[in-house]
Ligand binder design. Structure first.
Ligand SMILES: Cc1ncc(COP(=O)(O)O)c(C=O)c1O
Length: 367
């Protein structure tokens, strides 16, 4: 099996996930003295010119990659994607109005439940009785034309279900998206969204920072007197520097964004991602039923490939043998079981090839 540099393993972790090796190497090289500033990014003031450069470049690179229009603000927040579940409801749902949620897996359900604690919330679709295997067609959505917003999760990390074309909300209803696990994995038309958010720790960088892209007119909905860290408008007015931000995480996100631009941007990474996940889905499809994919074929995620084996004992055996072969992080989420291979942007193609080869050999030995 091919070896990776520095004795690194094939890392299929669902998150925090693998980071690009050149990014880690650059962070290591710059750790003691960032660009001649004489200090590490870990030690510099978030009010310094150096940090202004770091956060400014990160925002500019994100804007360039996604083609983010000027009428959108970019925020670097804390609290993970989980805090966004509450923040979106607190900021975007005026008193007495209901918000619509498309439930396609554990994460959109978690967002729904959090919003439900805070006010009227409605399911425009609920795929739970079908074990969350697919993203619905537009015709399957039961949309409220008066909704404060329509929320969906573009990639259900636990179920391995991806939305291929974003749902279309009723006129005037902003679309809100949890893109945590496929952020920066493919081009998107940002103008279709009111709010797009993602915890960084899968494709964008390390844990500790959450990226938020919000249409500026929606900031007017933020009610007065929200706690400061829950207030989108205040965070936007202060360019994410109202208080001390997660400086080092933002710096690493900036390095990842530059790495992506160097690779050719989001279309280029989308092609690489499709090729990597194609290797694994091919093995599943050619296995004669030994491997069974969880997601319906039209909703398969290139980021998180979820699959089962004929029984749980074999699944445990697979994880054990894979671990010995240097393939790590393949156990499925405890709520779904089975196996999950997370193939984020930074996962080298060799790792996907190694897994595909291992799967074929495992079936030969145990099939
Ligand atoms: C799609 C999705 N949404 C939300 C979350 C929660 O993110 P966090 O742990 O950053 O709060 C996760 C975490 O894995 C996720 O995959």
């Amino acid at each position: 099996m091919s070896a990776l540099p520095h004795g690194r393993i094939h890392n299929f972790s669902a998150g925090p996930g693998v980071l690009p090796l050149p990014v880690l190497e650059q962070a290591q090289a710059e750790l003691l003295n960032w660009r001649g500033a004489g200090v590490s990014v870990l030690e510099m003031s978030h009010r310094s010119a150096a940090f202004e450069t770091i956060i400014g470049e990160a925002e500019a690179d994100l804007r360039a990659l996604y083609g983010i229009p000027d009428d959108y603000a970019v925020l670097f927040l804390q609290g993970g994607a989980t805090l966004q579940f509450a923040m979106q409801a607190m900021n975007l749902r005026p008193a007495g109005r209901s918000a619509d949620y498309i439930l396609t897996g554990a994460w959109s359900k978690a967002a729904f439940k959090e919003a439900e604690k805070l006010g009227p919330t409605r399911a425009a679709f609920n795929g739970e009785s079908g074990a969350f295997t697919y993203f619905p067609a537009q015709s399957e959505l039961n949309l409220d034309p008066q909704a404060a917003y329509l929320h969906f999760c573009s990639n259900e990390t636990i179920h391995g279900v991806q939305c291929k074309t974003e749902p279309v909300p009723p006129p005037g209803v902003p679309l809100v998206c949890d893109a945590s696990s496929d952020f920066l994995s493919r081009p998107l038309n940002v103008s279709a969204y009111g709010l797009l958010y993602a915890g960084a720790q899968k494709n964008a960088g390390p844990a500790g920072v959450t990226l938020v892209i919000i249409r500026k007119d929606l900031l007017a909905r933020t009610p007065d007197k929200l706690p400061v860290l829950l207030d989108y408008r205040l965070m936007a007015e202060n360019k994410s520097l109202y208080n001390t931000p997660p400086c080092f995480s933002i710096y690493l996100v900036g390095l990842v964004l530059k790495w992506l631009r160097g690779l050719g941007g989001l279309s280029a990474i989308a092609a690489l991602n499709a090729a990597k996940s194609g290797l694994i889905y091919d093995v599943i499809d050619r296995s004669g039923g030994f491997y069974r994919g969880h997601a319906r074929a039209d909703s398969r995620s290139p980021m998180n490939v979820t699959f089962r084996l004929p029984d749980e004992a074999l699944e445990a055996q697979f994880v054990k043998e894979a671990g010995k072969a240097g393939l790590d992080g393949l156990k499925g989420h405890r709520s779904v079981g089975g196996l999950r291979a997370s193939l984020y942007n930074a996962l080298p193609r060799e790792s996907a090839e190694a897994l595909a080869q291992f799967m074929v050999e495992f079936q030969r030995r145990h099939g």
